[in-house]
Design a protein around this ligand. Structure first.
Ligand SMILES: C[S@@+](CC[C@H](N)C(=O)[O-])C[C@H]1O[C@@H](n2cnc3c(N)ncnc32)[C@H](O)[C@@H]1O
Length: 254
């Protein structure tokens, strides 16, 4: 697929529409397809180095499969935010998180996310489409405080000597993503925004797991319009807030 200019909003919209259609179909059986990536998810969350009381954002949280791990890492005093554009995927995450008062789930495109506070860490777990969108990346990272830890995991092409297998990798990714290509270095648009970038290969070379810290981040978190807010506005990362509203709350619902 020929990639148009990186900042073409019409291109991003097309990708998002394709993704929405795919996850409408996948949502029901999505969780059953996750077995092989579970250890990667655990390593990604562990590598965020979360501490009790911190705030973490799960970007493209899908059905919420990382929420319990994140929640247990930040404890009752911490807060977990999840954002996903797919209503079908997010409905499942909401059902899962219903008993958890310190989880806030937001239905929104990543590039339109509004949070009431800057987060201390960000997880991108198998969010290829979001990682191909420069404006989504920049926007999401502005929702984090400078120095926030970021974990990025996903699928990539095998090394060149296994190139014939990459046709299979492409079609595997095609099933789930609006922009299934660019799997040689799928992290290349987020890595420049992060300091201390460290990447390892997973799944015999078909996956990657990387970490870094946000270079610039939030000078002040964008204030959401009153009707869209998940919780009373806390316009900047500090001072630390009290926990916001119950799990399943919709911010910027559409
Ligand atoms: C492969 S799933 C990963 C879900 C979850 N992170 C996990 O590890 O199970 C990718 C998710 O990204 C979401 N997504 C794709 N593009 C998005 C965008 N531009 N904004 C918000 N969510 C998006 C999809 O709806 C889908 O739920």
């Amino acid at each position: 697929m020929v990639e148009p200019p990186e900042t073409d909003p019409a291109h991003d919209e097309r990708i998002r529409a394709l993704s929405l259609a795919k996850y409408r179909r996948h949502a029901e059986r999505y969780d059953r397809s996750l077995g092989p990536t579970w250890p990667i998810r655990q390593r990604a969350v562990q590598g965020l180095g979360l501490r009790a009381g911190q705030r973490v954002l799960d970007v493209g949280c899908g059905t919420g499969m990382s929420l319990a791990l994140l929640r247990s890492a930040v404890g009752e005093q911490g807060h977990v935010y999840g954002v996903d554009q797919s209503p079908e995927m997010l409905a499942r995450a909401r059902a899962l998180a219903a008993p958890w008062p310190n989880v806030t789930l937001v239905q929104a495109a990543a590039h339109e996310l509004r949070l009431p506070e800057a987060v201390d860490a960000v997880l991108f777990h198998y969010t290829h489409d979001i990682l191909r969108s420069p404006c989504a990346i920049e926007h999401v990272l502005r929702c984090a405080r400078p120095g926030a830890r970021v974990a990025v995991a996903g699928i990539k092409y095998f090394a060149r000597w296994l190139a014939p297998l990459n046709l299979w990798v492409y079609f595997k990714n095609h099933g789930y993503n609006g922009a299934p290509g660019q799997l040689a270095r799928p992290w290349d648009r987020i890595a420049p925004h992060l300091a201390g970038w460290q990447l390892t290969s997973t799944q015999f070379g078909m996956g990657y797991l990387a970490f870094g810290t946000v270079r610039h981040g939030a000078a002040g978190v964008a204030a959401a319009p009153a009707a869209d807010q998940a919780a009373p506005a806390r316009a900047t990362a500090a001072p630390r807030p009290s926990p916001p509203q119950p799990a399943g709350a919709t911010q910027g619902a559409r």
